[in-house]
Design a protein around this ligand. Structure first.
Ligand code: FES
Length: 168
């Protein structure tokens, strides 16, 4: 893991508002002297900021007086922490068996093409994140994708642009 200097750290925080950063510091302050603080602090910071880029990990490490490598180790170990920003809308494409055999992979490929991102990434305008899942429990509607809380069944590549347009 590359080191990060003060200028890089400040540049990495530029996308967050002063209110968000104040909240981050409050969270750190609340847990500062408590043992086992790291995971709850990271959870709450992620809730406030949406994700945990290196600059935020550095701030948490400094605030809790921990080596930044420890913070990075925890963030990269647990799948509920993310270093990638999340879009306003999360698209999850099912690649479970029923969906796969009915064309789930083609749905995914078309989304990758239309959004210009791979699974696990977020569009530059932060409107969409793309994820894949193994069975959404709606196999009768295969192939299925879910956008936020909405299930879209019997998807076809040709229907995608119309569906996506509802989530701008
Ligand atoms: S396999 Fe896709 S919903 Fe079950």
């Amino acid at each position: 893991m590359a080191g990060i200097d003060r200028t890089q750290m400040e540049a990495g925080l530029a996308e967050f508002t002063a209110d968000q950063l104040e909240e981050v510091d409050e969270i750190i302050g609340r847990y500062k002297s408590k043992p086992g603080a790291l995971i709850p602090v990271l959870e709450q910071v992620q809730e406030v900021c949406g994700y945990l880029p290196m600059a935020l990990q550095y701030r948490v490490a400094k605030g809790l007086n921990l080596p930044v490598a420890n913070v990075y180790g925890v963030v990269s170990f647990y799948s509920f922490f993310t270093m990638v920003p999340r879009g306003k809308h999360v698209i999850r494409v099912c690649l479970g068996t029923a969906c796969y055999v009915r064309g789930g992979q083609r749905i995914l490929e078309e989304l990758v093409h239309q959004l210009g991102i791979e699974p696990g990434e977020c569009t530059e305008d932060r409107n969409f994140s793309l994820e894949t899942v193994r069975c959404l429990g709606a196999c009768g509607l295969a192939p299925v994708m879910v956008i936020d809380e909405d299930t879209h069944g019997q998807m076809k590549p040709a229907k995608l642009s119309g569906v996506i347009a509802q989530y701008k």
